[in-house]
Design a protein around this ligand. Structure first.
Ligand SMILES: Nc1ncnc2c1ncn2[C@@H]1O[C@H](COP(=O)(O)OP(=O)(O)OP(=O)(O)O)[C@@H](O)[C@H]1O
Ligand SMILES: [Mg+2]
Length: 324
């Protein structure tokens, strides 16, 4: 396994109390594989990604347990300097908002080139040529001329392509894309997503794709990990999940996708709200919202049950759920 997160715990100490944002996350991704991470707002998707990248806000954040094994090494045991070498060169992140991630006062060519100057010791001239090459790779028309331009001179979709180019520059083994297309128009979303998926295959990278968009997931992901209240509640190959979810929360998410063949019908929404992370309900965190909840769900935290060899569910009643 390229990356394996084991029993990761992260909390935030704030004036109002301790928010338990990540409560024992287990997931992994192989080279050449795409793992989609799904879950409502606040479920801990980004915080987990930040912990992997080593860019967590510490404090108020704190990693209170677990391991992050990357190419066999536990990243949490590395010194900051070693960690910095891994970041960028071996793993890179793509964010939702390119405008705030790119430097507004540097031309895109200088920003792309800097990667090669700093990490590969290239001359400015060679680095510039590399920048143009990368811009071609992510299909920015007129790369040779546009390499001198600044981020604000590009459209949202083109800026997102530049972020992809930055992430790819050093050919990392792993890319984490946190809602990479959310800020774009629907048609541009599909183009950017297709490009990312294509490059991921070509470079045989592991890709963790954090998204709200279940439509995208079906097309590009190999596996899905569903998060709820800072835990993985179901993890499975994409096709298995679409055939029959093994967790009522996954079912709720699937039922809330708009479907073209059911136009006009009211969209299903999971009732209730995500839990307060300072006061997560006992038992299964999803129990107050779950249509299948029984007494045991209000008292016993479900372990991750093996549904099959490559599939897990944290539901006491996964069998019943699977059988509809
Ligand atoms: N810097 C911070 N300070 C305090 N609490 C934080 C901080 N960052 C995250 N949290 C807490 O962690 C929780 C999980 O946040 P996270 O950003 O991982 O959610 P998410 O699943 O990525 O949601 P979204 O879909 O909205 O991006 C938040 O609800 C918040 O309580
Ligand atoms: Mg997020």
């Amino acid at each position: 396994m390229l990356l394996e997160v084991r029993d990761l715990h992260v909390e935030f100490r704030t004036r109002d109390g301790v928010a338990k944002a990540v409560n024992g996350v287990d997931y992994g991704v192989d080279a050449g594989e795409t793992l989609a991470v799904l879950g409502e707002s606040g479920s801990g998707k980004s915080v987990t990604a930040q912990a992997i990248m080593g860019i967590l806000d510490i404090p108020p954040g704190r990693i209170t347990g677990g391991e992050i094994l990357f190419q066999g090494k536990d990243l949490l045991k590395l010194k900051e300097e070693e960690r910095r070498k891994v970041r960028g060169a071996e793993m890179a992140m793509i964010f939702q908002d390119a405008l705030s991630s790119l430097n507004p006062v540097l031309s895109v060519g200088d920003q792309l080139g800097e990667m090669f100057v700093v990490h590969r010791g290239m001359s400015k001239k060679d680095a510039r040529a590399k920048a143009v090459e990368l811009m071609d790779r992510v299909r920015i028309p007129g790369a040779k001329e546009r390499v001198k331009q600044y981020p604000h001179q590009f459209s949202g979709g083109m800026r997102q392509r530049i972020m992809i180019a930055m992430a790819l520059a050093l050919e990392p083994a792993l890319i984490i894309a946190d809602e990479p297309t959310t800020a774009l128009d629907v048609t541009v979303q599909a183009q950017v997503m297709d490009l990312l998926a294509e490059l991921q295959r070509e470079y045989n990278m592991g890709l963790i794709l954090i998204t709200h968009d279940l439509g995208v997931v079906a097309d590009v992901a190999d596996r899905i990990a569903v998060m709820y209240a800072g835990r993985i509640v179901e993890s499975a190959p994409v096709h298995d999940i679409y055939k029959a979810p093994a967790h009522p929360y996954t079912r709720g998410l699937l039922d809330s996708i708009p479907r073209l063949d059911q136009k006009g019908q009211e969209l299903y929404a999971i009732k209730g709200l995500p839990p307060n992370l300072m006061n997560i309900p006992p038992g299964c965190a999803f129990n107050p919202r779950c249509p299948m909840a029984q007494d045991v769900c209000r008292t016993d935290v479900p372990p991750l049950y093996d549904v099959s060899e490559d599939r897990d569910s944290a539901c006491h009643f996964w069998r019943e759920c699977l059988n509809g």
